[in-house]
Design a protein around this ligand. Structure first.
Ligand code: ADP
Ligand code: TRP
Length: 332
């Protein structure tokens, strides 16, 4: 195909929030027809922290349904579950053996998550970026769209490619292909509603800090009503002293489809009391079609299973070819 290939994934670790949507899935949907897309559910990554087996199965299907509800379609995108394609784990082992340990102990996300786990840090948490590199490299993508927080993992993936090719490929015939990260500025970092200096995250203990894609209108209204603001009059983008103002205006801009200039003109003289209802209505209206489509898909489990079976076959056809090349280069 002449179209560039895109690969990305999200972990099925709970409810998706606006950060996941605006930082990841919506960008996949917008670029969808332009690229050849491989989009998966990272269920092997989801067990790098303690997990509940029943929740894992449920969340995997929920996330697949949300992918479709957000607008991914099967003509442009291959949608599959990571654990359905065994090549991911097999390549991980091979790449483990050429990845220096200190590259992994240096990862910011590992350090942050490991601190929280204390003595219960599994080897999988450390190895997570090598699994991620395998996810990517099997499909030889041109672009990997992710949020800002995954940038370091993409750099590690590139380091692994260079090391692998240096060790096992002829200079002019690389075995693994170097991927490029695709990090959009707008929406790349949606901030928490209760603390404008932290990113919106599933792992934040406060439910009020995030709006989930499946929140009811009442929940959305409540969260926006309670969200943190500041006493300054008027609203503005890009003032480092006013992270809440920037974050909420950005949400309004992204979900209303208006430009930054339009939003600035519309909102610069507004007080919070006027802006909050406007944002509430905009969020509810933007999520409504997604929620309706989600419900219809969840009511047809057979359809969802057939989508994932089809995805597995298409993904395997590509992944197994790359794995075969890697194994041959390593002497298997
Ligand atoms: P979380 O921090 O909520 O656990 P994940 O780490 O599972 O989120 O991220 C899934 C995807 O969503 C990744 O591509 C990530 O970059 C993106 N993402 C997560 N949080 C945000 C955010 N607050 N703003 C923008 N993108 C985000
Ligand atoms: N690590 C990513 C996250 O937590 C999810 C992920 C796993 C991923 N494998 C990937 C993203 C490959 C892009 C490409 O969000």
């Amino acid at each position: 195909s002449v179209r560039q290939r895109v690969l990305s994934g999200v972990q099925p670790t709970g409810n998706l929030h606006l950060g996941n949507y605006l930082g990841a899935i919506r960008n996949w949907v917008e670029g969808q027809s332009q690229y050849d897309n491989f989009l998966f559910i990272a269920d092997l990554h989801a067990v790098t922290l303690p997990h509940n087996p029943a929740e894992l199965a449920k969340n995997t299907y929920t996330l697949a349904a949300l992918y479709l509800a957000c607008g991914l379609d099967l003509t442009h995108s291959t949608i599959f579950v990571q654990s359905h394609v065994p090549a991911h784990t097999e390549l991980t082992w091979l790449l483990n053996c050429i990845t220096p340990l200190n590259w992994l102990t240096d990862m910011i996300q590992f350090k942050e998550k490991a601190v929280k786990q204390g003595e219960n840090v599994g080897v999988g948490l450390l190895d997570y970026p090598v699994l991620m590199a395998s996810d990517i490299l099997l499909y030889e993508p041109d672009k990997v769209p992710v949020g800002e927080d995954q940038k370091q993992h993409l750099e590690l993936t590139r380091d692994i490619v260079n090391r692998f090719n240096y060790l096992f490929a002829k200079p002019d015939q690389p075995v693994l292909k170097l991927p490029e990260p695709l990090i959009r500025k707008e929406g790349a970092r949606v901030m928490s509603l209760t603390d404008g200096t932290k990113k919106m995250s599933k792992s934040d203990p406060s439910e009020l800090s995030r709006i989930n894609l499946l929140d009811s209108a009442d929940e959305i209204a409540k969260k926006i009503k309670k969200c943190k603001t500041d006493p300054t009059r008027g609203l503005e983008f890009d003032n480092p002293e006013r992270p809440e103002s920037n974050n909420l205006l950005t949400l309004y801009m992204l979900l209303s489809g208006k430009t930054k200039e339009e939003v600035t003109t519309e909102c610069q003289d507004m007080g919070w009391g006027q802006f909050k209802p406007l944002l509430t209505e905009t969020v509810i209206n933007a999520l409504k079609p997604i929620q309706e489509k989600y419900q219809a898909i969840m009511d047809d489990r057979g359809y969802l299973e057939s989508v994932l079976r089809h995805g597995k076959h298409k993904a395997e056809a590509v992944a197994n070819q790359t794995l075969a090349k890697v194994k041959a280069a390593m002497g298997y």
